[in-house]
Design a protein around this ligand. Sequence first.
Ligand SMILES: [Zn+2]
Length: 339
Amino acid sequence: MTIQSALSRRDALKLFAATTSTLAITSPAIASAFRSLVDNKQTLLKWYQIKPNHYAFVDLNTGGNVLLHLREDRCTLIDTKYPHFAGAILDDAHTILAADHPPLTLINTHHHGDHTAGNGAIIPHAKASYAHKNAIPRIQSQLDRFKQTAQNAVDQAKQYSDSEELESIAHQISSKASSWTNQTITPTTAVDKAVTTIPSTEITLHHFGAGHTDNDLVVHFENDNVIHTGDLVFAGLHPFFDPSAGVTAKGWVNSLQRTLALCDSKTTVIPGHGQPGTKAIIQSQLDYMSQLIEQVQKQIDAGTTKEAVAEMHWDFMDGLGFERIKSRAISAVYDELSQ
Ligand SMILES: [Zn+2]
């Protein structure tokens, strides 16, 4: 999701404030289900250990969910949030491992800035980096915006915590960002196959066609039974529709069905936004998307205008966060089904 493209920063903050009450219901679930590292490790960011070696940085106010897979011989990072966090992610990887950084591989689940704006602080340190081929030009088109975001890194870091170390890292990133280039922010390997296995690993990247964007990757740690869905799943939230990114609700349904087929009852699923869980969060997103298509089609068949449909609410939408992007989702589906 790219909040900045849809909303002004002030609107985004209001949106996040408005969803806080919903989050208060779901946050204890993750606290009890996964072990917080903050209590026993001096990490800069709040990580949850969701499986041995797998750490999730989940925070609705700070962009897409990050997953860090740490082993003594290699480290894999899924998405980079914003510049002020990217350096801290590397620092925390060092702290959690209590050892030198092993070779780092970065994977971007898609091009949206809240998943990639920190790339410039990560890619120069990475041995390998991956994104779908359609993501490459879309990431590069955001270079100026990433630099601007990095200029505000210190202020943004202060909003997250009062850690002087985090502020110091944000300052370093801010000062380096003016030299970022397309090369600095762009993954070096463009994924152009439906299924790609990262060499010498058990990690597979799946592209099921257009869904949330035209460049979605689902990351599957096959040995550990862990999946990062990218923004194909907004857990407990309305999903973000970005017509400029090639979004398609029907394609999204297909991608979710294919992602579900990778799961069993014990799979741990990291959504692009919202709380990690089991394959049930994929099923919930699939149910939402299927019902949205069905209900909007009914209204189109009845001759209801797009403006009127965009104001509607159906039972399956009850209790979800990101309320302010609901009408945007409905309008996009209306346009797709009207073509
Ligand atoms: Zn997105």
